[in-house]
Design a protein around this ligand. Structure first.
Ligand code: RNT
Ligand code: ZN
Length: 419
């Protein structure tokens, strides 16, 4: 028996005494869907031949070698990263400008499946699900910082058509892959300084969203989500699509509400929002990210907010109400490592939550014994989840944490530095 297996056996026994069946937990972890953010691999540049600079209040900093320059390179990078991830329900999420190929004279408002066909064949071959998001940024039609809420109807129409095009492509992904594509709408619209009229842009956004969503698709092909934001760089004072705006919109139109963990006030708890929404049958797309000061998109770490999020995700999951997509971009480190470390951290957060015997803490709470609740919750922090995690990786044919960087370094030497 290997050392890690021996450690797992002991850990499993200890968890068993607390009423937790580790094998059942690992099987559940296998089934947890996770969508990998393709855009970490190309610095959100996309692959349009027009090559627009990144706008919309987002910024990618760093110049680590090996940024993917075409979709083939991005898929090659993803293939390498996916080998380091366990889980049977992995998915890839694309931004609407991460096209496979361009057609002469065809802009984003007229994209079709043809523009993404390479992705679909690739995903089908690997049994991956696919998600997609229209890209309302990095394009000259994002005017004065506004897209779907721009006062000019022609600008709005361009972006409505882009959203419709991407929804159709998403539905085609869903139909072919047998798992619905989540199509997430996030627009960067807002103002650097305080607006005179806060309401009119929101009314225009409402109308544009209704037009975007007019075409109906069955839920086994496409699920729509809407994502709010607090502020972006150059969009500090007012965001048209605020959380209040989209939470109401999602509830009224049966859409998923996308909560990006980097899009709220720094001391606001995103984990706390899950039960509030799920108790009312809302469905949530989590953009798992990490805000650091003014940036909302650092690679996720296994920190307290992530653990708390994992805990609330596990407790509120009814099998079809929660969706997870990584959302960050860091060009100062190896991009494959960013994917792999972030994805594994989210899996760990879920694992730790599932291994947590939460019932005793709840009983203490119901009885009003908050001292015992605190003592118990602090005590379970030292349970041996690490042994379970390492065993999970090895039993699923992926390296444990200590060995994860080696294959990435080899690929870096062989492929990335030569780009
Ligand atoms: C931006 C949103 C959006 C991102 C894209 C890449 O703040 O979080 O979801 O995925 O900008
Ligand atoms: Zn996001």
């Amino acid at each position: 028996m290997s050392r890690s297996e021996a450690m797992y056996r002991i850990a499993s026994e200890q968890y068993g005494e607390l009423g937790i069946n580790t094998e059942a937990v690992l099987r559940r972890l296998d089934e947890m869907p996770l969508s990998i953010n393709a855009w970490q691999g190309d610095d959100v540049k996309g692959f349009e031949t027009t090559g627009h600079a990144l706008t919309g209040g987002c910024q990618v900093t760093g110049n680590y070698p090996g940024c993917a320059r075409k979709s083939e390179e991005l898929r090659q990078d993803l293939d390498t990263a996916l080998k380091l991830l366990a889980g049977k329900k992995l998915r890839i999420c694309l931004q609407g400008h991460e096209v496979d190929c361009m057609m002469p004279g065809r802009d984003r408002d007229a994209f079709t499946l043809e523009n993404f066909s390479g992705w679909l064949d690739w995903a089908a071959d690997r049994k991956l699900g696919m998600d997609i998001a229209p890209a309302y940024y990095s394009h000259p039609k994002l005017k004065d910082g506004l897209s779907l809420s721009h006062p000019d109807p022609a600008i709005r129409q361009f972006w409505i058509d882009h959203g419709k095009a991407i929804r159709r492509i998403g539905a085609a992904f869903g139909a072919r892959l047998g798992t619905p594509a989540v199509c997430n709408v996030w627009v960067p619209d807002g103002f650097k300084d305080q607006p005179a009229d806060r309401r009119a842009p929101r009314e225009r956004l409402l109308e544009a969203l209704d037009a975007t969503f007019a075409e109906e698709f069955p839920e086994n092909q496409l699920l729509d989500a809407v994502e709010s934001k607090l502020f972006g760089i150059g969009v500090e004072s007012y965001t048209v699509g605020s959380h209040d705006f989209y939470l109401t919109y999602a509830a009224q139109h049966n859409k998923l509400i996308c909560l990006d963990t980097g899009h709220f006030h720094p001391t606001e708890s995103i984990p706390d929002k899950l039960s509030a929404i799920c108790a009312q049958n809302g469905r949530i797309l989590l953009h798992v990210s990490r805000g650091v000061r003014w940036d909302s998109d650092h690679v996720i770490l296994l920190d307290d907010p992530l653990l708390d999020l994992g805990r609330e995700a596990v407790r509120n999951d009814n099998g079809h109400n929660l969706f997870y997509t990584l959302d960050y971009f860091d060009a100062s480190i190896n991009r494959l490592a960013a994917w792999v470390i972030g994805a594994r951290n989210w899996q760990k957060a879920l694992l730790i939550a599932m291994l947590e015997p939460s019932d005793p803490a709840c009983q203490y709470e119901y009885a009003g014994d908050f001292t015992a609740r605190m003592a118990y919750r602090e005590a379970i922090k030292s349970l041996p989840w690490g042994a379970v995690w390492n065993y999970y990786c090895e039993s699923r044919g992926v390296p444990a944490d200590a060995n994860v960087l080696e294959p990435i370094r080899a690929y870096e030497k062989e492929v990335l530095v030569k780009r």
